[in-house]
Design a protein around this ligand. Structure first.
Ligand SMILES: *[C@@H]1O[C@H](CO)[C@@H](O)[C@H](O)[C@H]1NC(C)=O
Length: 110
């Protein structure tokens, strides 16, 4: 689960920034085994399963989405972080859609 590490854990944060944090390369063996169609990607890392080419699906257990590229690689898009003093971060609500599920940043007034 090394990708998940990129999505969390910074004590001081300025604002939410979103971006691609990883690429999951297609797995032809798996595609053949599961008879994945030519217009779909397949994710087994996050158990999201089939994703139509060009579409996104939310990863339920973390605040990130998977996008199926035309070459069947999958783009992982998560909540980014930037650091600044005087701000703290609260966990977002995983029930919300991406990117609303990203953490909330609270900056203390000076
Ligand atoms: C592709 O999937 C197969 C079947 O699950 C697995 O054995 C293999 O290690 C995977 N290959 C890669 C490169 O992840």
């Amino acid at each position: 689960m090394k990708y998940v590490l990129l999505l969390c854990c910074s004590a001081i944060i300025l604002q939410n920034t979103f971006g691609s944090v990883a690429i999951l390369p297609k797995n032809d063996t798996l595609r053949a085994m599961l008879k994945i169609k030519d217009d779909e990607c397949y994710d087994d890392l996050y158990n999201v399963g089939r994703i139509p080419v060009g579409q996104k699906k939310r990863i339920p257990q973390i605040c990130a989405t998977l996008t199926c590229n035309s070459d069947y690689d999958i783009d992982v898009t998560g909540c980014g972080v930037m650091s600044v003093e005087g701000c703290r971060v609260e966990d977002g609500d995983l029930k919300l859609p991406f990117p609303d599920c990203c953490f909330n940043v609270i900056c203390d007034e000076k």
